[in-house]
Design a protein around this ligand. Sequence first.
Ligand SMILES: O=C1C[C@@](O)(C(=O)O)C[C@@H](O)[C@@H]1O
Length: 253
Amino acid sequence: MVYIYNENGGNVMDKVNVKSKIVVTLSADKDQWEDLYKKVEDNELYIDIIEYRADLCGGDQTADYLEDLKTLKEKFSNLPIIFTYRTCGQGGKGKLEPNEYYALNRSIIEEGHIDIIDIELFLYEDLRNELIDLAHDKGIQVLVSHHEMDHTPSLKEMKAFYQHMQQLNVDYSKLAVMPEDGRDVLKLLTAVYETKQDSDHHIVGIAMGEQGKLSRLAGGVFGSALTYGHIGQEAAPGQLHVQQLKALMEIYQ
Ligand SMILES: O=C1C[C@@](O)(C(=O)O)C[C@@H](O)[C@@H]1O
């Protein structure tokens, strides 16, 4: 049998199957960054994209974030950078109010040396849409995200989230949910699969926690474009070290 692969590494017969890119989630206080740069260098083979989690970086200083981003870009110029400020309601530590969140993200878009920006779906519509347009004007891709930290919505609801996201003129649509059992993980993967069947968008689906690890490893088979890992300590429940992630993902691809 001859297998033909598309540019994403998936079988051409299967539009849904993609090779998920590995995103490493990074955060550190000022005095820990040197150690972290070293860890990124040591693990570069296992990383496709860097995510800078501003809300976990201590202080809420735009200037500090900009400085970190500039250094990251200088050191790892071949790795695209996602900027994420995750608010408390969405599983992060960020305490900014919507207008402050808007102002921070706007400054980062304008000066941040980033490639992709993570914008939360339920930010006020006008602020969110303005950030999306500003990012695109600057050539920055937009990843719109939504987290359900304590449950997994129904399949219908998850597909509706993805439909809503895709109507926003964004580049990536990401949903992260908390499963209670294997059935919830299957539901999330089904939502990704069924959405991806009719879509050329980058769809991302994550089932968090211990039960959800399957989605981080095999998400590509169902059409999930990104999977998130760590190089020190997990930034979200169920995250795996990027080395382990890459090794185990090979099984599915
Ligand atoms: O949205 C995500 C996914 C994530 O929550 C995870 O479960 O790996 C980790 C976050 O840093 C990232 O922004």
